[in-house]
Design a binder for this molecule. Structure first.
Ligand code: SAM
Length: 317
């Protein structure tokens, strides 16, 4: 496969000899052209049908009906021991919230996939709602095609909160009870999303925008994909993103010596993906390091202090 220390070559059409493929096509048409039982991981964030620049909003029923044939194709392309990760938020109609993962679950289940985790991706920033509580998470459904699936926990362990904890009885009494490599990251992932669309993150000492920001209105963080790639695939395995956007999945895959296929029908996003891969191979692409703790304001930053004009803080109950 192409080394990241050389030039990353990105093919426009699928070939098992390529290492990276980025096709400009409709997701369903392209999926139909791919081989069966081939990908170790299929991971994506599909259009949410919320009227973004790259989608035509339709009824929830029509939207799901459009997704159904694609899902059947994706399951066909997935290896017997493979995983499929589907990252979604809410569809909103007349202020009513429809959590998309609830609807997608049935579509995947009817194709025979088994749910392993419903991961909560929690982030701190976003729109402030006035008629419901502000949404601060989206979900990632992790399905497998069989009981025999790849799960590498060690590369994605996170530091334990109390590494000094000891067994308090039995033969191991007094010995550390944790794992020296860290703990299981759990099914709640706190990964910085950033309010990329409005750029409100203006805390001093922190970049005004997430380092990965491009013109795409709905990128997902590379870090989110990296965790899935490391845990659910092995080196040299194939990963596929049917709605690849600016290629966050390809970046995460390339960082960890896997091969990747992406598809998006917008050429302008594909061009950015190629540029990001080129920068990655040259070592100039900025990505948030995997596992880097989320910034916690110290209270000394101007932006984290209560404006004097607001008067005294009210006492909390
Ligand atoms: C939520 S975005 C994915 C962004 C991606 N995860 C990233 O980090 O850049 C969904 C993408 O689906 C693409 N898209 C929408 N409908 C499509 C279709 N029918 N076929 C292929 N791509 C489509 C859009 O252009 C958009 O880039």
């Amino acid at each position: 496969m192409a080394s990241l220390f050389g030039c990353v070559e990105v093919a426009e059409k699928f070939s098992p000899e390529a290492s990276f493929v980025m096709a400009c096509d409709d997701a369903l048409t392209f999926a139909k052209s791919l081989p069966g039982d081939f990908f170790s991981l299929i991971i994506t964030s599909p259009p949410y049908n919320i009227g973004k620049e790259y989608e035509q909003k339709s009824s929830l029923k029509d939207y799901l009906a459009q997704q159904k044939p694609l899902i059947a194709e994706l399951v066909r392309c997935l290896k017997h021991n493979g995983s499929l990760c589907w990252q979604v938020g809410n569809y909103v109609e007349c202020r009513e919230v429809f959590p998309l993962d609830i609807y997608f679950y049935d579509l995947f289940k009817s194709e025979g996939l088994q749910l392993r985790n419903r991961i909560i991706w929690h982030f701190e920033h976003g729109l402030h709602c006035s008629l419901r509580f502000s949404g601060r998470y989206e979900t990632l459904l992790w399905f497998t095609k069989s009981d025999d699936y790849i799960f590498n926990l060690d590369p994605v362990r996170v530091p334990a909160k109390y590494p000094g904890k000891q067994h308090f009885k039995g033969e191991k009494k007094g010995l550390p009870s944790g794992n020296p490599l860290g703990k299981n990251p759990s099914d709640v992932w706190k990964i910085v999303a950033e309010d990329w669309e409005r750029g409100i993150w203006d805390i001093p000492n922190v970049k005004a925008n997430h380092p990965e920001k491009t013109v795409h209105p709905c990128q997902f963080p590379v870090e989110l994909v990296e965790r899935c790639v490391l845990a659910l695939t092995n080196e040299d395995d194939w990963v596929y993103d049917p709605y690849a956007g600016v290629g966050s999945t390809l970046i995460a895959t390339a960082k960890h010596n896997r091969r990747a296929v992406g598809c998006d029908r917008e050429q302008k996003y594909l061009d950015i993906c190629r540029e990001r891969l080129r920068m990655l191979s040259e070592g100039t692409l900025k990505t948030r390091p995997l596992g880097k703790p989320v910034f916690i304001p110290t209270g000394r930053e101007k932006v984290s202090r209560r404006p004097a004009s607001w008067g005294m803080e009210k006492t909390l109950l």
